[in-house]
Design a protein around this ligand. Structure first.
Ligand code: CU
Length: 273
């Protein structure tokens, strides 16, 4: 089992740390649940819109102080590099079922296509190859109470081609969506997706791709968040402003967008390899 996975399990074992009344989620029973609850509560405000990348950058960053302070982790933050095994992600070291992976594919469980609601859009996700219990890796059946495995299906999200314009924001957002739907199962549900520990590895890569794109022309791209306030710009709304507040529902202090757009400024100071 990888050290990172061990730490993820440790957070599941820790009691909630935030004020659950503030979190509006009194049913949470662990520190990890708090992250899942905040992501769920904020889903309609922070996906497929202009705060998507920056809100998730900060959300990811909030997870890491926990690993360092509560779990005394001192190593680097891993990410799932989609580019290495994009033709068959089951061969990725993240998902190959080996001892240091997150898990293998789920057992095949007979199911139809997934008719998915993405906030205000519908999407049909083709049949995957798993969906059943996790049988390999640290979350395998018998060692963990959540058993929904991957449902791998390489996804190119053609139904989302009606983004407002063809921009870098669109391209990055499609990579995010394609990666999540390729994993399938819980990741098919944008609201509940933080319940799958794969989200941290997937979103690490989303953030890395955004940081690489920003770094190619930081002066021009630092504040190019690329979209409006409403998901899919439906109904049409104004583009997000640099002084927009990002809210984390009691998990952490609000921050302004302009303070968290660079990985080498504000609270962060990190680089990706
Ligand atoms: Cu999200």
């Amino acid at each position: 089992m990888s050290l990172w996975t061990r730490l993820r399990l440790a957070l599941e074992a820790l009691p909630p740390q935030a004020n659950t009344t503030t979190l509006q989620a009194p049913a949470v029973t662990s520190r990890y649940d708090e992250f899942v609850a905040v992501h769920l509560l904020k889903t309609n405000d922070v996906h497929y819109n202009g705060v998507f990348f920056v809100w998730h950058r900060h959300f990811l960053w909030l997870y890491n102080p926990d690993l360092r302070n509560l779990c005394r982790y001192t190593g680097p933050v891993p990410y799932w590099d989609w580019t290495l095994n994009s033709d068959d992600p089951r061969n990725s070291t993240v998902f190959d079922g080996s001892a240091c992976s997150l898990r293998g594919n789920g057992e095949y469980y007979p199911h139809g296509v997934t008719d998915l609601s993405l906030i205000n859009k519908h999407l049909i996700v083709a049949l995957g190859t798993g969906r059943g219990c996790v049988t390999e890796g640290p979350f395998a059946k018998g060692t963990w109470t959540g058993h929904i495995g991957n449902d791998f299906n390489i996804t190119d999200v053609p139904e989302l081609d009606d983004f407002p314009t063809s921009t870098a924001w669109d391209a990055l957002n499609k990579l995010h969506t394609a990666g999540g739907l390729t994993i399938g199962s819980l990741n098919n549900d944008v609201y509940a997706s933080a319940g799958d520990p794969a989200i941290w590895l997937h979103h690490g890569m989303v953030d890395r791709a955004w940081a690489i794109w920003q770094g190619q022309d930081m002066e021009a791209r630092r504040y190019q968040v690329g979209a409006t306030r409403t998901p899919f710009n439906d109904p049409p709304s104004a583009r997000v402003a640099v002084d927009e507040f990002l809210d984390f529902t009691g998990l952490a202090e609000r921050v302004t967008l302009k303070d968290v757009t660079s990985t080498l400024d504000g609270p962060y100071w990190y680089v990706y390899e």
